[in-house]
Design a protein around this ligand. Structure first.
Ligand code: CA
Length: 190
């Protein structure tokens, strides 16, 4: 504490992140100060255990999966501030000025949600994967049989082509009714 986060981030870097993520200058500085407070070793990078200290993620039943997604293309298990912001940007609420290719588009939000379930990354959500994620969400509150029934029903409802798993297309269709653009957004302080 007591250090001025804005002095550690160069203006060009802020501008680059602004262009890539659509976050405002002010939001970037605020999130940078959050980033540095999680970075206990002052290495400029965060690992899994650092992200677990974010209270919103620690209490989120899917927190583990969300944290994993930050490291999707970081095999060394560490991310710098730019990568951190790239993932956060997916959750940025959509505004009129965002183009169709924006990082926070409805499609990218849906893709992110789909990946939460698609544990093996084969672009299909199988019944087993659905079961694993459902179990994470409900804990031990219901029996395996009940979970199995819920998984069967969910697949039946979303699997319009009757292939026994959920494709991204059917997943998107099923979620469209719930306004995914809104659902997959987090209000960042301005
Ligand atoms: Ca899969």
């Amino acid at each position: 504490m007591g250090s001025n986060a804005s002095t550690l981030l160069r203006d060009e870097e802020i501008q680059e992140i602004e262009e890539q993520t659509g976050f405002s200058h002010k939001q970037i500085l605020r999130l940078y100060s959050r980033f540095t407070s999680l970075d206990k070793t002052s290495s400029g990078r965060l690992g899994r255990s650092d992200l677990l200290r974010i209270p919103e993620l620690a209490v989120n039943p899917l927190g583990d999966r969300i944290i994993q997604s930050f490291f999707a293309d970081s095999p060394d298990g560490n991310i710098d501030f730019k990568k951190f912001m790239k993932t956060l940007a997916i959750f940025r609420p959509i505004r009129k000025s965002d183009g169709p290719g924006a990082v926070n588009s409805v499609e990218n939000k849906l893709k992110f949600a789909f990946k939460m379930y698609d544990l093996d990354g084969d672009d299909k959500i199988s019944k087993d994967e659905l079961l694993v994620v459902l179990e994470m969400m409900v804990g031990n509150n219901i029996t395996d049989d009940q979970l199995g029934l819920i998984a069967d029903r969910t697949i039946k409802e979303s699997d319009q082509d009757n292939v026994g798993h959920i494709t991204f297309e059917n997943f998107s269709k099923a979620l469209e009714r719930n306004d995914p653009g809104q659902m997959m957004s987090i209000r960042f302080l301005n």
